[in-house]
Design a protein around this ligand. Structure first.
Ligand code: NAP
Ligand code: ZN
Ligand code: ZN
Length: 349
C-alpha cells in the first residue's frame, strides 16, 4: 500500500484536519500521481458540510487534481513517468453501458465512481480525493495537461472548466449569440472565458456589483446586477442562452424572463434546496430549462487541449492546505478571485 497524507472532514460540522490513509498499490493499468495542486470547488463544501445528503466520513475532498506521474503499472500505455496529468470528478465507471460507450461516463448507468465520497467498483472501498499527497488512478480516467499551462491554474479546469465548457458545446453556443453567465465564482469565471472565446457576446449576471471590472477583464462586454430590478426589467427577453452557476437558492423564474423566444437556461449550479419554477415562465416564449453535469473523459481532454491552444486557464488564489477552512468560508461569501487552489507542497512543511 502507499501511504498518503491529506486533510479530511470527520463529520459535517468539523473543520478539515490532517489525515493519513492508504492508497492501493498500482495495478496493471494504474498511474501513481504525486499531487501538486488541487482546486477548491463549491461541491467540496456542499459535500463536506453534508448539504446534499450523500456524505460519508471521513471525507478527503478534492476533484480538481493536477500532478506528476511518479510510477506506472506495466500495462499503462497512455502515460510515462514525469508526465503532467489531471484527475477530475470521477475515477472509474462501468465502461459497458450506452453512456460510457458514447463517452459520457458522467452519466454511467451503473453509476460513476466519484473521486471522493464514493466507493470503488468493489462496492466497499471508499474513495479519497485530491486534498492529499498522492492518488492512484486507472489510466483511462487520467487526463493529459497541455504544455504551457501553469499547473496551479490548470487544476480548476478538471471540474469548473469542463462543467462550463460542456454545456456551451452541447447547446452549440456560437459567435454573435447573447450569452448570460449567472454567478461570477469558480464555474462562472470559466464560463465567461469559454463563451467569450467562442465569440459570444457575454453578460455576467451577478449579485456583486464590485465584480464588474473583473467580469469585463475576463471577457464579458456587459454586466447586469441581478438585485437591481430596473436593470433586470430592461434586460428582459434579450439572451439566447444563460448558464446558471449559482450555488444557493435564487430566483430562476427571473432568469427565465431574461431569455428570448426559444432561449435556453442551463443549470450547472447545484443548490441544496429545490428551485421554484412557474410553468408560464417556460410556456410563453417556448423556453427550455435544462441541466448539465461535468463532462466525459474525451470531452475533458478536448477542453484541456482547447485551453492549451487558446491560452485559457483559471484565475487562482494559491493557498497552503492549512488555510483551507478559511478558504471555504470565503468561497461561501463569494470572496474568491476566482478559485482557491491548494499547493500540496504545504503538506510537508
Ligand atoms: P462559487 O465559486 O462559490 O461561485 C458561486 C457564485 O454564485 C458566487 O460567486 C456568487 O456569484 C453566486 N451566488 C452565491 N450565492 C448566491 C445567492 N444566494 N444568490 C445569487 N447568487 C449567488 O461556486 P462554484 O465552485 O463555481 O460552484 C457553483 C455551483 O455549481 C455549486 O453549487 C457547485 O456544487 C455546482 N457544481 C456543479 C457541477 C456540475 O457538474 N453541474 C460541477 C461543479 C460545481 P456573484 O457574487 O457573482 O453573485
Ligand atoms: Zn467540482
Ligand atoms: Zn457505464
Amino acid at each position: 500500500m502507499i501511504r498518503a497524507h491529506g486533510y479530511a472532514a470527520q463529520n459535517a460540522e468539523s473543520p478539515l484536519a490532517p489525515f493519513t490513509f492508504e492508497r492501493r498499490d498500482p495495478g496493471d493499468k494504474d498511474v501513481v500521481i504525486q499531487i501538486l495542486y488541487c482546486g477548491v470547488c463549491h461541491s467540496d463544501i456542499h459535500q463536506v458540510r453534508g448539504e446534499w445528503g450523500n456524505s460519508t466520513y471521513p471525507m478527503v475532498p478534492g476533484h480538481e487534481i493536477v500532478g506528476r506521474v511518479t510510477s506506472l503499472g506495466k500495462g499503462v500505455t497512455k502515460f510515462r513517468e514525469g508526465d503532467l496529468v489531471g484527475v477530475g470528478c470521477f475515477v472509474d465507471s462501468c465502461r459497458a453501458c450506452g453512456s460510457c460507450k458514447e463517452g459520457t461516463e458522467q452519466f454511467c448507468e451503473g453509476g460513476m465512481v466519484l473521486t471522493y465520497n464514493g466507493v470503488e467498483k468493489d462496492g466497499k472501498t471508499p474513495t479519497f480525493g485530491g486534498y492529499s499527497s498522492v492518488i492512484v488512478t486507472d489510466e483511462s480516467y487520467v487526463l493529459r495537461i497541455p504544455e504551457g499551462i501553469d499547473p496551479a491554474a490548470a487544476a480548476p479546469l478538471l471540474c469548473a472548466g469542463i462543467t462550463t465548457y460542456s454545456p456551451l458545446r452541447h447547446w452549440k453556443v456560437s459567435a454573435g449569440q447573447r450569452v448570460g453567465v449567472v454567478g461570477l465564482g469558480g464555474l462562472g469565471h470559466m464560463g465567461v472565458k469559454f463563451a467569450a472565446s467562442l465569440g459570444a457576446e457575454v453578460t455576467v449576471i451577478s449579485t456583486s456589483a464590485r465584480k464588474e471590472a473583473d467580469a469585463r477583464r475576463l471577457g464579458a462586454s456587459q454586466f447586469l446586477v441581478s438585485t437591481d430590478p430596473s436593470a433586470m426589467a430592461k434586460a428582459m427577453g434579450s439572451f439566447d442562452f444563460i448558464l446558471d452557476t449559482v450555488s444557493a437558492s435564487h430566483d430562476v423564474q427571473a432568469l427565465l424572463g431574461l431569455l428570448r423566444r426559444d432561449g435556453t437556461l442551463v443549470l450547472v449550479g447545484a443548490p441544496d434546496k429545490p428551485l421554484a419554477i412557474g410553468a408560464m415562465g417556460l410556456l410563453f416564449g417556448r423556453k427550455t430549462l435544462a441541466g448539465s453535469l461535468i463532462g466525459g473523459i474525451a470531452e475533458t481532454q478536448e477542453m484541456l487541449d482547447y485551453c492549451g491552444e487558446k491560452g485559457i486557464a483559471s484565475d487562482v488564489e494559491v493557498i497552503p492546505m492549512q488555510q483551507v477552512n478559511e478558504a471555504y468560508d470565503r468561497t461561501v461569501k463569494g470572496d474568491v478571485r476566482y478559485r482557491f487552489v491548494i499547493d500540496m507542497k504545504s503538506l510537508s512543511v
